[in-house]
Design a protein. Structure first.
Length: 446
């Protein structure tokens, strides 16, 4: 399931993270796409035949270890280095967000931009919208060096990126334009809510955030995603027939399956089933289509259909809406305390002053940074539920295990329990394969 929609309000307050949000892949032999998917030469799995699978031990633990033993030592070392590097990048992005707030507040820069926006926009909403656009642009510019390293050079160093720098940068500019528009509207709405609701702005602000999240789920598949990839109907064949059969078996309202050209950007495999309010769209990337067997694709799509059938979109909106509400409550308390000391120094005129947006972003990001284990756990629980649903729908435990091995390209396969709790928003490879092998053992399948 694509999760970045439920984190929209977080990205609004940390716009330097926007580009990275689109890179998270969910999961996942066909040659139906127009272009061959890129292959990461640094990633390889020891091949086996059907006899190997049939001869696997019945014990789930032993079978899991047999699967993991197919990962060469160099692949595991590279995967660990890549994923553990993300731990540090989370810290650097957090600290960079605080630095952005300090830069914008110091020298009364934020107050001067507010005064300029007042002269240009005149009305409060337009003033705040102009300030929001300025905040998005300035944050992006300050964060650009880290963004280039994190999103381009690092991905290429690990063999997972396929774009040229020019093509990659063009997409970042598109993302920036979207962020400017969204941040302008969000700032205008948020500070209008704060002015009207007073000290209870945290409650009404949460409602506004939920509305933004819903709008993102509605708008993104139709207008945003096509700006980055081309979506086309999948040709008739075994993959399309299998996916539609599983979808119809569980009442998912789809009549077609779409593929998109992710290989022009990455080697990662991915798929999703998006849609709310009775709509649904099933989409697979070409990396999955070109480099996964039919059982793997069935397993992956069983998982994705599980998210839709179990209404995980609505659950996520509720869960993250509550998390945002607590974050806003914390922000209201911290803003009032901070402004008593900082108002005169930075020329800030109370919580309802849009010039406080950098301060609000800093406080909210502190809350979200330390809430990372909670957010990751909420997502991870849904992924476990979708895995179990997929086992029962697709009935492909080996296909699931093979797909999970592929995720080792960018996800550490065997973390410690505390590490998995804090840093993993999806279950680890060992956990997921063991669950598949437990299902195999319980069902008595080969």
């Amino acid at each position: 399931m694509r999760i970045y929609g439920v984190l929209l309000i977080i990205m609004l307050l940390s716009p330097n993270l926007h580009a990275e949000s689109q890179q998270d892949s969910v999961s996942g032999t066909s040659t139906q796409t127009a272009n061959a998917a890129a292959v990461n030469p640094q990633f390889h799995i020891t091949e086996v035949d059907e006899a190997w699978r049939k001869n696997l031990p019945r014990d789930a633990g032993a079978a899991t270890q047999a699967y993991l033993d197919r990962l060469p030592a160099d692949v595991i070392a590279r995967s660990n280095a890549y994923f553990e590097g993300d731990y540090w990048l989370q810290l650097w992005n957090f600290l960079l967000g605080l630095l952005i707030s300090i830069i914008l507040l110091s020298g009364k820069r934020s107050a001067r931009v507010r005064d300029w926006a007042q002269r240009v926009g005149r009305k409060a909403f337009f003033r705040d919208a102009i300030f929001g656009a300025f905040y998005a642009i300035s944050s992006w510019v300050i964060a650009l060096p880290l963004l280039v390293y994190q999103g381009y050079f690092r991905e290429h160093a690990y063999g997972m990126a396929t774009q040229t720098l020019a093509a990659w940068f063009n997409e970042q500019v598109i993302g920036l334009i979207i962020s400017i528009l969204v941040m302008a509207i969000a700032a205008g709405v948020l500070y209008a809510v704060i002015r009207r609701a007073g000290t209870r702005w945290w409650l009404w602000g949460t409602g506004a955030a939920v509305v933004f999240i819903l709008l993102e789920f509605l708008v993104s598949p139709i207008w945003i995603d096509p700006l980055f990839n081309t979506y086309k109907p999948l040709s008739d064949g075994p993959v399309k027939a299998a996916v539609l059969s599983m979808a119809k078996a569980d009442g998912v309202p789809v009549n077609n399956v779409y593929w998109y050209d992710a290989s022009r950007q990455t080697t990662k495999v991915s798929a999703n089933v998006s849609g709310i309010f009775g709509s649904a769209a099933v989409r697979l990337n070409d990396n999955l289509l070109n480099h996964a067997s039919l059982p793997e694709i069935r397993a992956v799509m069983g998982h994705e259909l599980g998210h839709y059938v179990m209404h995980h979109v609505y659950v996520s909106i509720l869960e993250f809406g509550l998390l945002v509400m607590v974050g806003f409550m914390f922000a209201q308390w911290a803003m009032e305390k901070s402004l008593k000391r900082l108002s005169a120094r930075f020329d800030l005129q109370g919580v309802s002053d849009v010039a406080t947006l950098p301060l609000l972003a800093a406080i909210f990001s502190i809350f979200m940074f330390f809430s990372t284990p909670i957010a990751n756990t909420l997502i991870r629980i849904q992924e476990i539920e979708a895995d179990r649903f997929g086992f029962n729908l697709a009935r492909e435990p080996h296909g699931a295990a093979e797909a999970y091995l592929k995720l080792t390209e960018y996800r550490k396969p065997d973390p410690g329990p505390i590490e998995e709790f804090v840093f993993f928003d999806h279950p680890s490879t060992r956990f997921r394969i063991h669950a598949a092998m437990q299902w195999r053992e319980a069902m008595g399948t080969p």
